[in-house]
Design a protein around this ligand. Structure first.
Ligand SMILES: *[C@@H]1O[C@H](CO)[C@@H](O)[C@H](O)[C@H]1NC(C)=O
Ligand SMILES: *[C@@H]1O[C@H](CO)[C@@H](O)[C@H](O)[C@H]1NC(C)=O
Ligand SMILES: *[C@@H]1O[C@H](CO)[C@@H](O)[C@H](O)[C@H]1NC(C)=O
Length: 439
């Protein structure tokens, strides 16, 4: 609730949110997990509307700057005049953070001098939601600054008016202070591609305004608290860490657009309850984990999905015909699992598909529409057990796989199509099969 009202209060918020989605959408299907992919904010600029000033460039400074004063370069705050008391409050925390930075190859912190905090490189000011006449530090954008510091403690948690904190591709390490849950306006937190370690920062659960969380490409370990998946986030990127846990049943809030758990060690089945709560999700990236069990036919309820990627897991069973209901889907990756059976033609009929990757499984048959997609390069069925197609597994390998019987629950659901498709129909289902069960 708090998060929504703040978004409407401060114009920069909606501006940046819009640019965020444009940036993310632009990345669909290409390098979606790249460590340097800047998704939050307006990459490198922080914010650039009328409320935010751009940091001064060296070339814009007077040609003959006055000689450096004899006094120490960083005077104590009592000698400085700040345009607002709120900036005087954050000044010591910024200077203390500057003093623990051990590497600054781009010379960023040279600009972190004096009282004009709103013109420090990476710092952006705006009117805070609680006082229309005040000026506060609203946003920090260190994306790509390559700064090295042993911790963010005593810095991030001491910026009471911060709304956006972006620090992609730096060398920040340590753990995240529990005090960040006291930051009332913080709604975008991006600390991706750093050296953070330890268990998931549980303080994040207490951040009521948070809608964007990106902790990709760090060294977090242990498990993610299930409450995280119940938070009302738009974006959750926790890929490329060392999280190891069973996929919780209640995964995904009703508003989430991007859900990326890839390259961790999530295990267990994809819960039957999961897709129904994710009717808005655009990208589901679960690749390179250890997910097992059969695909629930409920994945057919991911109505808005453009990307569904569960490649390189240990999933088994057939592809549910319900996948043919994902009319927006462009990229589907099931490669590198233990899936088998017939590749449903209803899936190959999807009009927006650009990449359907089913290689390295145990499929035995493809229909006429799927054969067309193979010819057009959209569908890859290499390394399966399909007679007559090139680059298949050996007969011995296929025989060995099918010698181990695999039973999926709710088998009749696999041919059920829970949407109206003019050229396809499915047998009706009993109620018992439709009722979600705890997986
Ligand atoms: C709002 O901010 C201005 C500028 O800092 C300050 O003078 C004023 O007292 C503040 N108003 C309230 C109600 O805090
Ligand atoms: C982190 O530091 C290492 C060693 O100095 C350097 O090679 C690497 O490029 C740095 N990473 C970033 C993202 O700045
Ligand atoms: C299709 O997706 C697979 C799995 O993500 C990937 O390996 C392959 O390069 C993609 N093919 C094309 C043509 O983009």
């Amino acid at each position: 609730m708090g998060g929504i009202s703040i978004k409407f209060l401060i114009p920069i918020f909606s501006f940046i949110l819009v640019s965020l989605f444009i940036n993310v959408l632009g990345e669909t299907g290409t390098n979606r997990e790249a460590p340097h992919l800047i998704i939050g904010g307006v990459g490198g600029g922080g914010c650039n509307n009328q409320y935010c000033s751009t940091p001064p460039l060296t070339s814009q400074r007077p040609p003959h700057p006055p000689p450096p004063p004899a006094v120490p370069p960083v005077p104590p705050p009592k000698n400085l005049v700040f345009v607002d008391q709120r900036l005087a409050v954050v000044y010591p925390a910024i200077q203390k953070f500057k003093s623990i930075i051990t590497s600054d190859p781009l010379g960023i912190t040279k600009s972190w001098l004096g009282s004009d905090i709103c013109n420090y490189k990476g710092f952006y000011c705006d009117t805070p939601p609680d006082n229309k006449t005040a000026i506060a530090l609203a946003s920090v954008d260190f994306n790509g600054f390559h700064l090295t510091a042993p911790t963010l403690d005593g810095f991030l948690d001491q910026l009471p008016d911060i709304a956006l904190f972006h620090a992609n591709s730096n060398n920040f390490s340590g753990t995240i202070s529990p005090k960040i849950s006291n930051l009332p306006y913080l709604y975008e937190l991006d600390i991706s591609n750093n050296q953070f370690s330890g268990s998931f920062p549980t303080a994040i659960l207490g951040m009521n305004s948070l809608s964007f969380l990106d902790i990709r490409f760090n060294f977090f370990t242990g498990s993610v608290p299930p409450q995280l998946f119940m938070k009302d986030l738009d974006v959750l990127f926790i890929n490329n860490n060392n999280f190891m846990q069973k996929l919780p049943d209640n995964i995904g809030s009703s508003h989430i657009l991007y859900l990326t758990l890839a390259n961790n060690k999530f295990f267990g089945p994809i819960p039957r309850s999961f897709p129904k709560s994710l009717s808005t999700v655009s990208e589901v990236l679960f690749l390179n984990n250890m997910l097992s069990g059969c695909l629930p036919y409920e994945i057919g309820f991911l109505k808005q999905a453009a990307v569904f990627d569960v490649g390189n897991n240990q999933l088994t069973g057939p592809i549910p015909f319900s996948l043919g209901c994902l009319e927006n889907v462009e990229v589907v990756n099931f490669a590198g699992n233990f899936l088998f059976g017939v590749v449903p033609d209803v899936v190959c009929a999807l009009g927006n598909l650009v990449n359907l990757s089913l290689s390295d499984n145990y499929f035995i048959q493809v229909g006429p529409l799927c054969r067309k997609l193979i010819l057009s390069g959209v569908l890859d069925v290499g390394k399966n057990c399909i007679p007559g197609l090139p680059l298949q597994r050996s007969v011995a390998e296929c025989v060995a796989f099918f010698a181990q019987p695999i039973n999926c629950p709710f088998m009749p659901t696999y041919t059920f199509i829970p949407c109206l498709l003019p050229h396809f129909s499915s047998p009706p289902l009993g109620l018992s099969e439709l009722a979600p069960s705890p997986s």
